[in-house]
Design a protein around this ligand. Structure first.
Ligand code: HEC
Ligand code: HEC
Length: 295
């Protein structure tokens, strides 16, 4: 196999002298500049081992002559951040949402933190900025299912809606009218609701059924034929163009409304108390309240 180095006739370069089945290998050395850079890197790495933490040992690692540690650096930074924000963190823990809102500095701090928490926990359902989606209410308008003042929002967040995570969750549900109402009546009342949402209140059978069967939950006072919604029962307003069970900007058709009457959907929202800290729920409350529709 090993032969004597010779010159290759075609390239004019020496061969290494190795030969396999008549195939010879050209001896092409690495470029000089590359070799020097390589040596410099080796020297650099030796210097690095000396200066910075590098080698594992049986009990820990070599710490390096300057004693640097990214973990220690992070600890110092965190401690100084805690120091600068300590009064705010204490304020969030101690004060109620109303008091936090009345202190502009603290309220801004809470909203900024709430925005981050919202991205982490709420955006999958409520979408970025609380824009909402089919079945997930928009939080950025002034149409509230359960109410949009600070304390009510805090309550909704802490205990959730029809959530099995909290004994104090909001529970009320729309009944299944399909079990006892004729289809013709369901369609009549659905027709009435559709008209009402578009601003036409039409007297007739649909309205009668609405006042008998639906108004107790869906209007703020039972005698009013236009539905303003009832936050005590979580019954959405039907007299506006904001729908829970339609994508934002879309409307429920008569058939969609009839389907909800026949066999209603019941949305659930998880309770956040216990999963998030109280101060985090307060931050989220201030953030949601600031999205545009806080009452
Ligand atoms: C798993 C999906 C889901 C997640 C995650 C979620 N929500 Fe909800 N949320 C809902 C649904 C569904 C409703 C409406 C329930 C109903 O009333 O029918 C709702 C309702 C609300 C309401 C009441 C709105 C009103 O009009 O009264 C608020 C406020 C709210 N969510 C805030 C939040 C915040 C803040 C977070 C993050 C901490 C969050 N939600 C996370 C599904 C979710
Ligand atoms: C016991 C109270 C109650 C009664 C009675 C009731 N609803 Fe509801 N309705 C609700 C609640 C609560 C919701 C929210 C959905 C849920 O149950 O999860 C709702 C939701 C709706 C929705 C969907 C609204 C949206 O924004 O997507 C429509 C439409 C509706 N109801 C129509 C009716 C009609 C029509 C009647 C009468 C035939 C009626 N409801 C009777 C409580 C009630």
């Amino acid at each position: 196999m090993a032969g004597t180095p010779e010159k290759d006739a075609i390239s004019g370069q020496s061969t290494t002298g190795h030969e396999w089945d008549g195939i010879k290998e050209l001896n092409t050395p690495l470029p000089k500049w590359w070799v020097y850079v390589f040596y410099v890197c080796i020297l650099w790495s030796v210097g690095y081992w000396v200066v910075y933490p590098a080698w594992p040992t049986a009990t820990g690692y070599t710490t390096g002559v300057i004693g640097y540690s990214s973990r220690a650096e992070l600890q110092t930074e965190l401690a100084s951040a805690r120091e600068t924000h300590s009064d705010k963190i204490a304020g969030l823990a101690e004060l109620g949402v109303q008091d936090i809102a009345s202190k502009p500095d603290l309220a801004n701090y809470a909203r900024a933190g709430g925005a981050v928490l919202f991205k982490e926990n709420c955006v999958p359902c409520h979408q970025s900025g609380g824009a909402g989606a089919f079945g997930y209410p928009t939080l950025a308008d002034d149409s509230w299912i359960w109410g949009g003042d600070l304390e009510t929002i805090e309550q909704t967040l802490t205990h959730g809606i029809r959530s099995n995570l909290s004994a104090d969750t909001r529970l009320s549900e729309m009944p299944r009218f399909g079990d006892f109402m004729e289809n013709a009546e369901i369609l009549a009342v659905a027709q009435y609701v559709k008209g009402m949402s578009e601003g036409t209140v039409q007297e007739g059978r649909g309205q009668e059924i609405f006042l008998e069967q639906c108004a107790a939950c869906h209007t703020s006072d039972g005698a009013n034929p236009v539905s303003d919604g009832n936050p005590m029962l979580g019954a959405p307003a039907l007299g506006d163009q904001v729908w829970l069970y339609a994508a934002p900007g879309q409307t429920m058709s008569v058939e969609d409304i009839a389907a909800q009457v026949r066999n209603p959907k019941h949305s659930t929202m998880p309770a956040w108390g216990g999963r998030l800290k109280d101060s985090e729920i307060k931050m989220l409350t201030l953030y949601v309240h600031s999205l545009g529709g806080g009452q």
